[in-house]
Write a protein that binds this ligand. Structure first.
Ligand code: SAM
Ligand code: SF4
Length: 333
């Protein structure tokens, strides 16, 4: 492709949108405590975009200059037929798309890793909040650690680069964080630590487990030589190279550090609702427009979203109610 897209997506603050997180389902086989309620009610199937609609949307984003697409959920690998969407979007890798990737809980990775590698996916983010089987089950309310570790092993064997996502939880896994980094260093995986974000009603008081990462970082500095990295992805993470290990540590600190000025992303929920910001309800609805068959109307709706995309989020962990009522499983983080 020569030159840039004819109609790039630029928001009202001059930020160019090059990255889309595409949630392909709100369903999940786990119920992580910080993410979902135990008795989570999922959306009726007709409310969710079909795989064909997701593919059309993905192609429209690529036509408008999006170079990176991350599939997420819910759990993307529990969406039936997901391999057809992966195959279709992967045809655009190196033809408009620089990267197709996904965030997964790893439960289905053993089955999918070879297919992902073959499709041209080069790396995956896998969520892993504990390497202790009982704790893992407690945090996820039902997960089997061995299954997830098996999936991570299969992904590594298939040649995929792996980043572990670990939500830092006071009193639940904070004593495991340094060991997790050491394990990642040994395995050659990057590690990103995430502060809990106040999204959606999850039953229980989330402030109980909120762990600010500045203190975590100071503790890690005692055990590892962490060298600030210049890498920026336009997202909320800051990075450090772990000296001698060839891996990177990322910290996602939405509550303690503002990252919005360089924001390059929008988020598409599985219903076709597109959000300009993780922490706001500003949105446009694309599903009915897609079903009416008009990509021009979809593109116009995206322009409306961009002109109103908020300058920054307004998260507050101490607030009585979440910044937005929707769960992370709606927009995929
Ligand atoms: N099911 C997949 C997974 O767990 O990786 C993809 C979707 S999940 C919503 C994406 C990421 O968001 C995961 O790394 C998860 O730990 C994180 N997450 C979910 N709820 C969160 C919250 N309230 N605060 C911070 N991170 C959260
Ligand atoms: Fe499912 Fe991922 Fe949410 Fe856990 S964080 S409940 S694996 S969507």
């Amino acid at each position: 492709m020569s030159g840039g897209p004819d109609n790039p997506m630029i928001d009202g603050f001059g930020r160019r949108i090059s990255y889309v997180r595409l949630s392909v389902t709100d369903r999940c086989d786990l119920r992580c405590r910080y993410c979902m309620a135990e008795q989570m009610v999922f959306l009726p199937k007709p409310d969710i975009l079909t795989l064909e609609e997701l593919a059309i949307l993905g192609e429209l984003f690529i036509a408008r200059g999006v170079t990176r697409i991350r599939l997420t959920g819910g759990e993307p690998l529990v969406r039936r037929g997901i391999e057809t969407l992966i195959a279709r979007l992967s045809e655009r890798i190196d033809d408009g798309l620089d990267e197709l990737t996904l965030t997964t809980n790893g439960t289905q990775l053993a089955r999918f890793a070879p297919l992902l590698a073959q499709a041209g996916v080069r790396r995956v983010n896998v969520s892993l909040d504990s390497r202790d089987p009982e704790r893992f089950r407690h945090i996820t309310r039902r997960g089997d650690l061995a299954q997830v570790l098996g999936g991570i092993g299969a992904a590594k064997a298939a040649g995929l680069r792996i980043k572990i996502n670990m939500v830092a939880l006071k009193g639940l896994n904070e004593d495991e964080i340094a060991d997790m980094l050491a394990w990642c260093a040994g395995e050659g995986h990057d590690l990103t630590l995430i502060e809990t974000m106040p999204l959606g009603d999850v039953e229980g008081d989330r402030t109980d487990h909120y762990l600010p990462l500045d203190g975590v970082k100071r503790a890690l500095d005692q055990r590892f030589a962490l060298i600030p990295s210049l890498m920026r992805t336009g997202g909320p993470a800051r990075y450090w190279d772990v000296a001698g290990a060839g891996i990177r540590l990322g910290l996602i600190t939405p509550l303690t550090n503002n990252f919005c000025a360089g924001c390059n992303r929008i988020r598409v929920a599985a219903t076709g609702t597109v959000y300009g910001c993780l922490g706001h309800d500003q949105k446009v609805e694309l599903r009915d427009l897609l079903r009416a068959g008009g990509t021009a109307a979809v593109s116009e709706a995206l322009d409306r979203l961009l002109s109103g995309k908020p300058e920054r989020h307004r998260f507050d962990i101490a607030a009585a109610s979440p910044a937005t009522a929707r769960h992370m499983s709606v927009t995929g983080g």
